[in-house]
Design a protein around this ligand. Structure first.
Ligand SMILES: [Zn+2]
Ligand SMILES: [Zn+2]
Length: 179
């Protein structure tokens, strides 16, 4: 094989052209990649243009600078993160807390097991749990009898009714039932 300087220069030219084409392709792909990446991470158009410009002008050092400075989370991550935070906040807000000791309580608890604070009252008609400030049972519509007292039991709740009934119909009820 004879050494041909023209073929060497052709080869060098080819190599240079190939290398140049490769670098140009790499440069373009990096710009496209940066554009796609920043579009997923930033909303403001100025930030997007700046990111693409840095990579387009500085090329490989530009991509390093971009990766260092780009927003940590993508917009999708940010959205998921917000959703998670909201869900967490909602679950914390929804968890009932004992007004006496501040510990978490469960929905069906009548009394706090820790400090014995009354948490719920029962309806005197259907015996379902009611919130303490409620004056009307939401399950059966029966109004709470008498004044609201925090230590009201079922018997105490019925007391005012028992006191009212005999006054309206004095002793006739008892006589009728005895006959
Ligand atoms: Zn408590
Ligand atoms: Zn009821």
């Amino acid at each position: 094989m004879t050494f041909d300087p023209s073929s060497l220069s052709n080869f060098m030219l080819f190599l240079t052209a190939w290398g140049g084409a490769f670098i140009a392709a790499l440069w373009l792909s990096l710009i496209v990649w940066t554009y796609r990446d920043i579009r997923a991470r930033a909303r403001d158009p100025l930030g997007r243009i700046l990111a693409v410009l840095v990579v387009a002008v500085l090329f490989l050092p530009g991509i390093v600078i971009y990766i260092i400075l780009r927003p940590h989370r993508t917009l999708d991550d940010e959205y998921q993160h917000t959703l998670e935070e909201e869900a967490l906040l909602r679950s914390i807000e929804d968890t009932p807390v004992c007004p006496g000791c501040g510990r978490r309580t469960k929905e069906g608890w009548k009394i706090c097991p820790n400090c014995q604070t009354k948490l719920k009252k029962t309806c005197h008609h259907c015996s379902k749990l009611m919130e303490l400030p409620w004056n009307l049972c939401p399950h059966c519509g029966t109004p709470t009898p008498g004044m609201r007292r925090d230590d009201l039991t079922l018997d105490e709740a019925l007391e005012p009714l028992a006191a009212i009934i005999p006054e309206e119909e004095p002793e006739e009820v008892e006589l009728q039932s005895e006959e």
